[in-house]
Ligand binder design. Structure first.
Ligand SMILES: Cc1cc2nc3c(=O)[nH]c(=O)nc-3n(C[C@H](O)[C@H](O)[C@H](O)COP(=O)(O)O)c2cc1C
Length: 414
């Protein structure tokens, strides 16, 4: 068992100074896909949050975002064009200035690209399902569009290299496009990209191949490549996949490609079968609770040389110690929004100085973006943060995820 202050070297040679990771977290502050100065200031203030800081998810294709957007100027960041490279270079430089690694999370948000619907543009997914929880239409991706997206993941990787990032994380989790292809609930195709479990793996495998080919061609030898996955997709009676299936996917990916790490996206670092849904809203049938071991342990036999990152609810010394006993690296999300020096304080035995509640003082000190402020100062915040009620007065009236307005257009439902 390692301590959280020990360095770790990945299989391609990159070394991180400690075992803390800042996981990807949307800052909701891009403008037309570009990182703004506020975004750069935020990442600058988080450069000590871990040995490795993973950016929020950036969309790789023009039709792959933005997602979770309620207003222009409060958008997800994009990496689908070379024009974004100068601003992204500033993001990478801000993250790296304390000597830690900068990883870009790359994604296609598929059916979650809500801002396209707001603008009257088509939203795409593996299958054109009419989903009650989405107020807009979904269009089925053509074979040609799917191949373009696979190639876009490679092109985005090249841009991350050009912008000075130390690695990329492929976003295969949290219901975005890659997971939509893996999910039997979301993917009803019967071509090369769906129809059986093996065929539902074809899209993620092709994306990883596209990224790895680009890395081989253009990146420094020690460039880091990770893959993030939700260990299961179970919503009541809607079953996307079980952990038995997701471990098969990870086994297939890590046998074919030398990934540096696998990142398990979970609400709790010790989540077990039946309780891995991010928002904790859906209770799985007891038949899916078929092991008492944490996913961190259940995934280990399938990593084939990749390191393992776990995440979820780590905000104290005790939790950090029990998490690092389970995996190689531990990611600290919301606690880093509150106190980006959490890891530093733990490593210097200053845990009494750790701040665990959001306040106006912390918002200012940590350069929390107005997009994050608007989200966390609104009434329904999605994944809530302790102390969010302390910043209600900072709300500038532009909503948060719960206040998204869908105008009537050809892409929204009646
Ligand atoms: C504001 C916010 C934005 C998030 N954005 C992303 C994202 O861009 N990509 C992603 O994979 N996960 C995202 N997540 C999930 C986090 O990476 C993490 O898995 C989750 O917050 C649980 O960790 P925690 O309990 O330490 O916060 C986000 C979470 C929060 C709170």
């Amino acid at each position: 068992m390692a301590n959280y202050d020990e360095p770790l070297t990945f299989r391609h040679g990159a070394t991180v100074k400690n075992r803390f990771v800042q996981p990807p977290m949307l800052t909701s502050n891009g403008k037309d896909g570009y990182a703004t100065q506020e975004t750069i200031d935020y990442y600058n203030a988080h450069s000590k949050s871990g040995g490795m800081i993973i950016t929020e998810y950036m969309y790789v294709s023009e039709n792959g975002g933005p997602a979770l957007t309620w207003k222009r100027g409060r958008e997800q960041l994009a990496v689908y064009d070379d024009k974004f490279i100068p601003q992204l270079t500033k993001v990478a430089t801000a993250i790296k200035h304390s000597g830690n690694k900068a990883i870009m999370q790359i994604a296609h948000t598929g059916r979650e690209a809500n801002y396209r619907a707001i603008q009257g543009k088509p939203v795409y997914a593996p299958s054109a399902l009419d989903l009650s929880f989405l107020p807009y239409k979904i269009h089925e991706l053509s074979d040609e569009q799917i191949k373009d997206i696979i190639s876009d993941f490679g092109k985005a990787t090249k841009r991350s290299i050009d912008a000075g990032f130390d690695g990329v994380e492929i976003h295969g989790a949290n219901h975005y496009l890659i997971q939509q292809f893996v999910s039997a609930f979301s993917n009803r195709r019967d071509d090369h990209w769906g129809g059986s479990l093996e065929k539902r793996f074809n899209f993620p495998l092709a994306v990883v191949e596209s990224v790895m080919n680009t890395v081989k061609k253009y990146a420094p030898k020690d460039f880091i490549v990770g893959y993030r996955i939700s260990p299961e997709e179970i919503h009541g009676t809607n079953i996307g996949y079980t952990w038995h299936e997701s471990t098969k996917l990870i086994d297939a990916i890590t046998k074919q490609f030398e990934l540096d790490y696998i990142h398990l996206s979970m609400p709790h670092y010790d989540a077990k079968p039946g309780d891995a849904m991010l928002l904790d809203r859906d209770i799985a049938d007891s038949k899916y609770k078929d092991s008492n071991k944490p996913f961190a342990t259940l995934f280990k036999p399938y990593l084939n040389g990749a390191k393992e990152i776990i995440v979820g609810g780590i905000n104290s010394k005790a939790k950090a110690e029990s998490a690092i006993a389970l995996a190689d690296l531990i990611a600290v999300g919301r606690e880093n929004i509150i106190d980006p020096l959490f890891a530093e304080k733990l490593m210097h035995n200053d845990e009494k100085d750790i701040v665990t509640e959001l306040s106006i003082e912390q918002v200012n000190k940590n350069h929390m973006t107005q997009g994050l402020i608007d989200n966390y100062s609104s009434e329904n915040t999605g994944i809530s943060i302790p102390g969010e009620e302390n910043i209600r007065s900072l709300h500038n009236g532009f909503g948060g995820w719960s206040e998204i307005h869908y105008p009537k257009n050809s892409e929204t439902k009646e």
